[in-house]
Structure formats: C-alpha cells, structure tokens
Write a protein that binds this ligand. Structure first.
Ligand SMILES: [Fe+2]
Length: 197
C-alpha cells in the first residue's frame, strides 16, 4: 500500500466542491488513469477540513455514492466508531483518502493455506492510500468517533463479483456491492442499539 501523507498544515484554502471534484476525477481517470486521480484526491485532501465541511460529518455507517459507472466509482464511506470490516478484495485498483477520523488497514495476501496478514498501515486525516488491483485488506476505525473517507475504484465497484473472508475462520466467500451494503446495515443496527436509539 502506497501512502501519500497530507498531515501538514493546509496550504490551499479553496472550498471543496463535490461536483467539480467528481468532474476532475473523471477527467483525470479518462486521461491518465488512477495515478492521475490520486493526485486530484491528494490535492483536495491537503485541506481535509474543507472536504469535511462540504460533505458533512458522518452520522451513520454507509456509502455516499458520488459517481458510479461501468469503469469508475467514487463514494464517501462512513465508518461508525470502532467499526470493523472483514478482509475483502476489490478486484480493481483503489484509492482511499481520509477526511475525518482514522482508518487502520491490515493487508493480507493469498498463501498456500488461505490468506495471511503481512502489513498494517494507519491512515490519518489527509492521507491517501493506493491499493493495487490484487489487494486484500481489513479495516478498523479505532476511534470513538466516526471516520469518513473518499474511496475511488478503477471499475464498477457495485457490479463486480469480489471476495471476502470470514474473520473467524478466514474461509473465502463471494462478495459484491449488496454484501457490503448489508454489512453497513448490520453495523448501524449494532451502533444505534448500543446507544438505545
Ligand atoms: Fe476495501
């Protein structure tokens, strides 16, 4: 996982504009692929507070879809406090940029006997991580507050057949957009039940 850090002081003070951001990403993707999109995302996240102001603070687990097409997907993902997401792959290149909170990643790889963990990375506000197409990761929000990140995929995230691994047995299972959405729904049940809402 390559990580570009943006944790220094913000050096850019223009407001984040959701529609312009999507247009910039689509244009960059069309012209030069995911490396160019990573530059757009990193530039925006130099002022991650502006992104948070524009998108709003997360209040529940979920995906705020900003762009979805057969070759490109952009959404903001919201993790509840201390939410865990089991190991999964994307089957396409991915970018993650954090605009509030934190996201701890464990990276896994296929071995002779299932998957094995081999690396961990903490993504802080302003960081942008690039995952290769064969990446497998599990994700934790270690904080007592919500985490929000912009996730960008080099393909159709919602219509691609992918894989996930049972966190207890590490058995491989099929996954897709519906499976991810069901996980978020389950997480909201847990989160709101804990708070008696
Ligand atoms: Fe992921």
């Amino acid at each position: 996982m390559d990580i570009a850090s943006n944790q220094g002081p913000a050096i850019r003070q223009r407001a984040f504009d959701r529609d312009r951001f999507v247009e910039d990403c689509v244009s960059a993707h069309r012209a030069d692929g995911m490396d160019a999109v990573a530059e757009v995302l990193a530039e925006e996240l130099k002022d991650h507070r502006a992104v948070l102001r524009a998108l709003g603070g997360p209040t529940r687990a979920g995906l705020d879809v900003m762009h979805s097409s057969p070759d490109f997907t952009i959404f903001a993902a919201h993790w509840t406090p201390q939410m865990n997401l089991l190991p999964h792959d994307h089957m396409m290149k991915a970018l993650i940029g954090i605009y509030t909170g934190r996201e701890d990643n464990i990276l896994w790889r296929r071995g002779d006997d299932g998957i094995e963990a081999y690396e961990a990375n903490c993504l802080f506000e302003g960081d942008v991580a690039a995952l290769p197409a064969n990446a497998i990761h599990s994700v934790t929000n270690p904080l007592q507050r919500f985490t929000g990140g912009i996730h960008i995929y080099d393909g159709d995230f919602f219509e691609t057949e992918r894989h996930q691994w049972n966190p207890e047995t590490l058995a491989e299972e099929p996954s897709d957009g519906d499976a991810i959405k069901a996980m978020f729904a389950q997480e909201n049940q847990r989160f709101f039940a804990q708070r008696g809402i």
